[in-house]
Design a protein around this ligand. Sequence first.
Ligand code: FES
Length: 208
Amino acid sequence: MSEALDYLAKVRPEAMGHYLKFLKESARHLDPKTRWLISVVTKVVTGSERGLKQYLPRAIEAGATPNEILDAILCAFPAAGLTKVLGAVDVLLSMDLPEFRAENLGRPAGWHRIGALSEFPEERPAWRTVEDRTVIVVRRNGSAAVYDDHCPHRKTKIPLQQNEAGNIVCPGHHWEFDPRSGACVKGGNRPMSRLPIKVEADALFAEW
Ligand code: FES
């Protein structure tokens, strides 16, 4: 839900309750990926940059591939026209998601060496750029968690910063994440995206 809708639901529950119930009920028979892809199409048609930034991350989290999302944007063409389709692609490119770069589309996932596991600080996040991607590494108990550095909320990049509690804080809307688990502990409700890892003779690899 957008902050504006969230605000109205709080301060005008009688007026907004029916609308929110309608939204929930109207997608009852759709799986999450289909639902969010349709939402992407509607945001292309309405030309809503804010809506696209809200629903593109939901579609990605629901398992939509970059090519499926591009297909959804193109499917909006008959109703939206070329200008809005190109505007949607501009929004997508402004998010700078590595998997949408032309050279990466359709590329199968592979292992990438992040560094020597023993060189990362224990239980403290470290930002590391490898090839075309920045990841957040947290070493713990002889293993590690490797997170994508894009916030699960709007897919903006989370810069290198922690608060006094040691949590990673996204400056966008101040969601806070526990670096050990990736869980969102304040402000939001979705965890950081965790990448598969393997460790071979102290070399840490992540898959993307
Ligand atoms: S973009 Fe909204 S909290 Fe990160």
